[in-house]
Ligand binder design. Structure first.
Ligand code: FAD
Ligand code: MG
Length: 380
């Protein structure tokens, strides 16, 4: 009995050092690997597109990614989206209004415009990217800057509004074989979708960088969450209180990739004789939208986007052309104009979730939003 025990002891005794050695090596290697792969935070706050841009990236290697994203946004604004800066594609399109030759479109601009036209159609014209002349007439940025000094004589009159409306109307815009044709006087204004487009661009950048494991980027009121946080917890995105400066209405809890946009009457507005005039215009009346809302938040997650053969989040124009950021932004504006009831129907058509805050303080939301949103105990 004793012999074999002794033998097995000897056998194990000779085996253990090798096993230990290999196990220790494997453990060390695993530790090194997880150590290398552990992400750290890289953040930046800057401005672009006339608004604040804040980035939090989780990276395994820092390689100036936040600087690259900032540069990407500046390029997007100056080369493509700005309707204010001469030389951008949008400015060139606007210059071509009335020209029978039209203007050439980059494939991406064509995809964006086709997706925006779809939102116009589905919203019955509540969203309209051709409202440039009307936006220019109202010039809310200048009125807001004037503040209390702005009197009723600084607001446009009914006749001027009627004239500006003649230069608007998405049905009058034609897209054909890579060109755009617009009638005289028409002006595109991408203010309602540009920050969402920026989120889509950032998403494309992040997808090409394997060292970025997660991100939360906010371009003004448009937010992208991507990947995972190092602690694997969900992303928490605060929804601003539309009437209490610096306070939150509640928190959205989001897993993975989401696009969130908020449109409200509290940022670019002026009060004249007790009435609030804000920057989201109703293309049917020519006046600031008066649908009883003061804020709309739209969230598009995995599976969001228009119903149809192109699948989730793709534009009607493009194979795999993801434009959920654009859609979240355009839909928040459209829903604001439509009001809570019709807005909820529109959101549903795009498989988006929406949260509506009324000027009377009431809150309503789509069923899916109830799973994402938790109100602050004190709000509204
Ligand atoms: P949203 O609801 O997303 O959009 C409202 C804006 O969309 C309005 O301001 C108007 O421009 C337009 N709009 C109004 N009604 C409608 C409607 N019914 N359908 C469609 N569009 C409508 N701001 C500055 O102060 N200075 C700048 O230099 C500047 N440059 C910018 C450059 C770019 C490329 C972009 C995208 C924005 C820029 N902005 C700038 C901000 C811009 O002027 C708008 O105020 C801003 O985009 C509004 O965003 P929002 O999320 O608050 O509102
Ligand atoms: Mg918008």
């Amino acid at each position: 009995m004793k012999g074999p025990q002794k033998n097995s002891k000897t056998f194990l005794g000779s085996l253990w050092p090798g096993v230990f050695f290999r196990l220790s090596l494997a453990l060390l290697f695993a530790l090194l690997l997880t150590g290398c792969a552990r992400s750290r935070e890289s953040s930046r706050v800057d401005t672009a597109m006339g608004t604040l841009v804040s980035q939090t990236l989780y990276v395994t290697r820092e390689q100036g990614q936040t600087r690259e994203i900032q540069a990407l946004l500046e390029n997007l604004e100056t080369q493509e989206l700005s309707w204010r800066l001469a030389g951008s594609q949008t400015a060139r399109i606007n210059e071509s209004a009335g020209d029978a030759q039209g203007a050439p479109l980059s494939p991406e601009m064509e995809r964006w415009l086709r997706a925006l036209l779809q939102v116009s159609e589905e919203s019955g014209g509540a969203f309209d990217v051709t409202v440039g002349s009307l936006v220019q007439l109202w010039n809310l940025d200048e009125l807001a800057a004037a503040g209390e000094k702005a009197g009723s004589d600084s607001l446009p009159g009914p006749e001027e509004i009627r004239e500006a409306l003649k230069e608007c109307g998405f049905e009058k815009l034609r897209l054909e074989q890579g060109r755009i044709y617009m009638p005289q006087g028409m002006r595109l204004d991408l203010g309602a979708a540009g920050k969402g487009i920026a989120c889509d661009r950032i998403r494309a950048y992040l997808g090409g960088r394997e060292e970025i494991t997660g991100a939360v980027v906010s371009v003004g009121g448009s937010i992208l969450t991507y990947g995972e946080k190092p602690d694997h917890g969900a992303f928490k995105v605060a929804v601003r209180h539309p009437r209490r400066e610096g306070e939150y209405l509640g928190i959205l809890t989001l897993e993975g990739e989401w696009y969130v946009s908020t449109s409200g009457d509290y940022e670019r507005y002026v009060e004249v004789e007790g009435k609030r005039w804000h920057h989201i215009l109703d293309p049917h009346t020519g006046y600031p939208a008066d649908s009883g809302l003061c804020s709309v938040t739209v969230a598009l997650g995995p599976g969001g986007g228009p119903e149809g053969e192109n699948g989730a989040g793709t534009s009607p124009a493009g194979e795999g052309a993801d434009c959920r950021g654009l859609l979240a932004d355009a839909l928040s504006t459209a829903c604001f104009v439509l009001g809570a009831e019709e807005g909820a129907r529109l959101a549903e058509a795009f498989r988006a979730e929406a949260l509506f805050v009324g000027t009377d303080g009431s809150i309503s939301m789509t069923p899916g939003m109830e799973l994402l949103f938790a109100a602050e105990p004190e709000s509204p």
